[in-house]
Design a protein around this ligand. Structure first.
Ligand SMILES: [Zn+2]
Length: 531
């Protein structure tokens, strides 16, 4: 009461003085910025309301009706636009390349103000503290300790259990990374070499993260035929390591698995009913993108490419590999080679964006799984490649999206505009949710979708002063046109920025103004622990 009275008196007494002062210098204004006349959707799920938002320095200092523009050094007119907290991307591959892409343009143009580098499959910057201290970038970022890299560093690509000394060594890297500000531990158990880890190994490492207040994020061991077993595994890790867990990019791939989301979500819900903290995040597309490694049995890749080549050269081993690949193909991809779209085929760049069916047809081969398998082996011998796998059902995507504990991620890469053939998620994820699933299909309300993009993930990583439009919060703000917002990137034309994202602020400073990058780099490294 006293504080608000004091503010009232201050504004009543000083406003004329400040208005005069504005003429000569803007630095004497009460507010650096006033966002005026927009519909504030505050991130909590509450209905949007017409409010003005005043910012001083890094923070929101006032949210109210008809705030006096004369008190602000600058004004953004937001009439007809939504004023939301900045969006939080739960998983993207931004590290360790942030110095190469400090503006993270394909992310921030989606309205993303914080990117979580969960590092479940990519290399972890180590030690984390000096790397984090060296960074300058437009959005905020946060990091995890990444098991895939840690295991590779300690044990190479070998398919075996760690010795006691190796396990201690992995634990000490998790420990140091947590001390350096990581949010928790992340694993990519589908990938070499993490796939060779037992659940017990992950529990041992997750306990280290839990002791620091960390959370655990997982790219599940299997996202297709064994999705349910993989959900059981992450729930066991939650229980035994006593750690909150989050499934990154939850999906059920492969036509035989369509509808399995009903069971995976029921399993998650049953675990939550016992008091475990289990959440998921997703991206709004029916194709995933990853390395070609997922088309091969894990044992065939152990030890690296030279070992793989030796196995291929041995007729008995190759026959076993091919037999298993016939089973793996429809589980990971679709019913034929048209479902695998190359992103980067280093030796045959003319196929970037085209499919394995195109590749076979050009070689006068039948476009069948039987013909695709020798071709995949030949291509793998030339080097692992990135592809887009069209193998999900939108009904599952929608079911995941509606789950109350579901958030969003891009799984995106930093893209040089026009370079390579990326999955459109790198450009379009958040606008696509707002356009297709909120405005067009009405799967989520605008307020609920924004809650899942803002306060829900902010709370998940213990950033209570982000993810909300309220007095005292950091001014991470995305201002967009709900009627016009639209993702434009597609699987045939991926290099398209979305439209309708008008202004984006990070820590009070504009990184997008009027739809254009400002070049400012006010992003911070958000430190853990997450709990
Ligand atoms: Zn992943």
């Amino acid at each position: 009461m006293r504080a608000s009275l004091a503010r009232f008196l201050e504004s009543a007494l000083l406003a004329p003085v400040l208005a005069l002062a504005l003429v000569s210098t803007s630095s004497a204004a009460d507010w650096d910025l006033l966002i005026r006349g927009g519909t504030v959707v505050d991130g909590t799920g509450a209905p949007g309301v017409l409010r003005d938002v005043a910012i001083r320095g890094e923070r929101i200092v006032a949210v109210g009706e008809a705030l006096d523009p004369a008190r602000a050094a600058r004004v953004i007119e937001a009439r007809g636009l939504i004023v939301a907290p900045g969006f939080i991307d739960n998983h993207a591959h931004v590290a360790p390349t942030i110095p190469d892409f400090p503006l993270e343009e394909n992310f921030v143009r989606q309205g993303i103000t914080t990117i979580i580098a969960s590092l479940h499959s990519t290399d972890q910057p180590f030690p984390l503290a000096p790397y984090a201290a060296s960074l300058r970038m437009a959005p905020n970022v946060a990091f995890f300790a990444g098991h895939t890299w840690i295991r590779k560093k300690v044990m190479g690509l070998h398919n075996r259990a760690p010795t006691a000394a190796e396990l201690e060594s992995m634990k000490s890297i998790v420990d140091q990374t947590m001390r350096d500000g990581a949010l928790g531990l992340a694993t990519g158990l589908e990938y070499v070499p993490a796939t060779y880890a037992t659940t017990e190994e992950v529990i041992a490492l997750a306990k280290v993260a839990a002791a620091h207040g960390g959370i655990y994020m997982s790219h599940l061991r299997n996202e297709d035929v064994d999705s349910l077993k993989s959900i059981d595994e992450i729930i066991r890790i939650a229980r035994e390591a006593r750690i909150p867990v989050q499934v990154n990019h939850h999906k059920v791939a492969g036509a035989a698995q369509f509808g399995l989301s009903v069971k995976t979500l029921a399993t998650v819900e049953a675990a939550r009913a016992t008091g475990l903290d289990v959440k998921i995040d997703i991206y709004p597309y029916t194709a995933f993108s990853t390395y070609s490694d997922v088309m091969f049995p894990a044992w065939s890749l152990a030890g690296g490419s030279a070992e793989f080549a030796k196995r291929v050269a041995d007729p008995t081993t190759r026959a076993r590999m091919e037999t298993e690949m016939v089973t793996i193909f429809p589980q990971q991809a679709g019913n034929g080679p048209a479902s695998i779209q190359f992103r980067t085929l280093a030796r045959h760049p003319e196929y970037n964006g085209r499919t394995l069916a195109d590749y076979l047809a050009d070689r006068k081969q039948p476009t069948t799984i039987a013909a695709a398998i020798p071709a995949l082996i030949e291509l793998q011998l030339e080097g692992s490649f990135d592809a887009i796998f069209h193998s999900m059902d939108e009904a599952d995507v929608i079911r995941f999206m509606k789950y109350p504990g579901a958030m969003f991620e891009t799984d995106g890469d930093p893209i040089g505009f026009g370079m390579g053939f990326p999955h459109p998620r790198s450009y379009g994820t958040f606008p696509r949710v707002l356009a297709r699933y909120v405005r067009d299909l009405k799967v989520l309300t605008l307020e609920d979708a924004i809650r899942r993009m803002t306060s829900l993930p902010a709370d998940q990583i213990n950033q209570k002063e982000r993810g909300r439009i309220r007095e005292g919060a950091f001014a991470d703000i995305t201002i967009f046109d709900a009627a016009k917002v639209q993702d434009l990137a597609t699987f045939t034309d991926p290099h398209r920025f979305p439209v309708g994202i008008v202004h984006v602020l990070v820590n009070g400073r504009p990184i997008i103004r009027g739809g254009a990058l400002t070049g400012e780099m006010p992003g911070k490294v958000l430190r853990g622990p997450a709990r």
